[in-house]
Design a protein around this ligand. Structure first.
Ligand SMILES: [Zn+2]
Length: 117
């Protein structure tokens, strides 16, 4: 189980990551907007724009998902349930939390979960 100091460190990591993602989502929204605004331009290669904004959309979706997980993890920290596996109630190893601070499951449960997909 993570101690208080480790929790504080992880919280900082989560908050920092949250800011990075938020900025990055805003950036991709802005670039999609500017692509949309330039669609009237005759010289614009429409196919290229579509595939780019498509990619941007996928990236943004992944980031929005990660953002939700991070916010969830911060809420769990506030509630004091952070660092406990949601499936088996065992403590999640600190090494795993460091690698993935918003992890909800311990490594064995994660493997079971992945295998079921
Ligand atoms: Zn577990």
């Amino acid at each position: 189980m993570a101690n208080k100091k480790q929790l504080e460190e992880l919280r900082e990591v989560l908050i920092e990551r949250k800011e990075t993602i938020t900025n990055s989502i805003n950036d991709s929204r802005n670039s999609i907007d500017s692509l949309k605004n330039s669609e009237c331009n005759d010289e614009f290669d429409y196919a290229e724009v579509s595939s780019d904004s498509f990619k941007e959309g996928i990236i943004a979706n992944q980031q929005i998902k990660e953002l939700a997980e991070i916010e969830d993890a911060i809420k769990r920290m506030d509630k004091g349930t952070y660092g406990t596996c949601e499936m088996c109630d065992e403590s999640i190893a600190i090494g795993r939390l460091r690698a993935k601070p918003f992890a909800k499951y311990c490594t064995p449960c994660r493997e079971i979960y992945e295998a079921q997909k």
